[in-house]
Design a protein. Sequence first.
Length: 250
Amino acid sequence: MPELQSTAADTLSSDSLDWALTHILRFGDTDIFPVPFEFKSVKHCWSLIKPALEELDLTDYRTRGTRRMLVPKPGAGFRVVTQLDPIDAIIYAALSYEAAPGVENSRIPRDRRIACSYRVDLDPKGRLFASESGWPQYHEHSKHLAETGLYTHVLLADIADFYNQIYSHRVQSALEIANVPPARSRNVEQFLLSLTAKQSRGVPVGASASILLAEALSSPPITGRYRFSASGVWSYFRVDPICLAPMRLA
């Protein structure tokens, strides 16, 4: 399990940076854009680049320019997607690697089949999430609940433009709840604010690290006061929830 370094400066570990480059070379820096050729150059010069990245103090780090564009959604509409500068993409992936164990531990256990998608399953070959999508578990659990006869109403929700509406400060709070050190949580927030020119909402759409942050925001300590209450039973897949409720509460 990766460990955060406990130095005065907030720096990324050698293992985290190695994993981040491996992750991007294997899975891409986004799930939308073609992978920039620069990553091959970075790999070729990694023995020179990595020491410089290890010395970066994230407290003072500011990101470079991004590539943004509108991409059509299936059916209708568009979403704003973002591709980071290659160095920023490596740092963002490394940040997710170091935060991932805490985020996963703060989520609902897998066997409850409530948080079904994007379960963390790190490996040295760059994998962040389990290879199984979680859809069969979500579908089977929802079907089981519907067949119990205990519920009369079903609520389905699709959270529109979710990633672009995430508030940076909520990300910081979610990471702290997931036992990410406060200094690192604040620096992740500052990293996101640097990407959005100090606008307080929005995470890069398309990057695996953003998916991890979205799942952190869906964990019970953040949503439990209203989502996982006595008002019904919940399950969700890729942050889109389903709720089954009895007549008296519906």
